[in-house]
Design a protein. Structure first.
Length: 305
């Protein structure tokens, strides 16, 4: 670890001095909360289990501290920053890293779409450097964590692992079990395509500026076998989103009031009975496998009319 240049080991004083020298102030609306505990920076990188075969996607370059730390272990790091001031700041820090590529832009082209420049750039870097694995490792801005992870999981890209610093509430939703308050469409989506675990919870004092909520390092491992069973992943995600639009509704009412158009309750009751479901229960009581069964049973009814 001592081979990493000291300027890449960004302490609180280092980050404050760096920003003051550029007259920059962290923007809360952009989720600019910098991790100042160097042990936790190492934890995020270690959890990625990075090797020289890895092409890592990082969203939220910030001051480049985690970027440089990962570049030390990985084959390549493709890092994305929306804020032009921080993009230029990080460029001055990372310019000497031959295995780092920077993109100035948004990671999303919309709530349900990834920025194609990000995806194309990441793939191009992987192919150019002849790397064999793709991973996401990042301290994510809270506002984009859920749509970014969800869109990447259904993208079809062979991503081996996700390691992300996210809001604790989001991490708890990813691992939630049926019948609990945190169980929702995100839990079902993540668990239907892989497995998730909370590696560590992180107090606000480990960031500067301090966020108003606790955070967590979450690790998601996509499962190729699960993914292969869901070729219509965009429909699957849309199905879950619409099923939970009105969380408190029972299955019959939720499907009858489907956003794309109201459905005949008699037809719904017959289909639910055929599939072995009680129309009076709520979706949040169903297992992941039950959600998959419901989706496959209603897919053509809801999407192909």
């Amino acid at each position: 670890m001592d081979q990493i240049p000291p300027t890449q080991r960004q302490s609180l004083n280092y980050i404050k001095g760096l920003l003051q020298s550029r007259r920059l102030i962290p923007k809360n609306k952009m989720g600019q909360n910098f991790l100042i505990d160097l042990n936790l920076v190492d934890l995020v990188a270690r959890t990625g289990e990075l090797t020289k075969e890895d092409c890592v996607l990082e969203v939220g370059t910030g001051t480049g501290g985690l970027t440089a730390r990962m570049a030390f272990d990985a084959g390549g790091v493709f890092t994305v920053e929306l804020d032009p001031d921080f993009f230029n700041l990080a460029r001055g820090i990372l310019f000497h890293q031959p295995n780092v590529r920077q993109l100035h832009g948004d990671c999303l082209a919309g709530k349900n779409e990834l920025n194609p420049d990000m995806i194309d750039g990441w793939i191009a870097m992987r192919d150019e450097m002849k790397l064999t694995k793709m991973k996401l490792v990042a301290n994510l801005p809270y506002a984009i964590a859920t749509p970014l992870i969800a869109n990447l999981m259904i993208s079809g890209l062979p991503i081996e692992r996700f390691v992300a610093m996210v809001q604790l509430e989001v991490a708890e939703r990813m691992i939630a079990l049926p019948g609990t308050k945190d169980y929702n469409s995100l839990a079902v989506l993540v668990q239907s395509l892989g497995s998730a675990e909370i590696v560590r919870t992180i107090a606000p004092t480990n960031f500067w500026p301090q966020p108003a909520v606790d955070s967590a390092v979450v690790m998601i491992k996509p499962d190729p076998e699960k993914i292969a069973k869901l070729p219509a992943m965009k429909r699957w995600r849309a199905f879950l989103r619409d099923l939970y639009t009105h969380r408190r509704k029972n299955l019959r009412s939720a499907i009858a009031g489907w956003p794309s158009g109201r459905k005949d309750k008699k037809v719904i009751d017959a289909k639910l009975a055929e599939l072995g479901f009680d129309g009076g229960i709520r979706a949040e009581m169903l297992s992941v496998d039950d959600h998959l069964k419901l989706f496959h049973g209603f897919e053509s009814f809801l999407f192909d009319e």
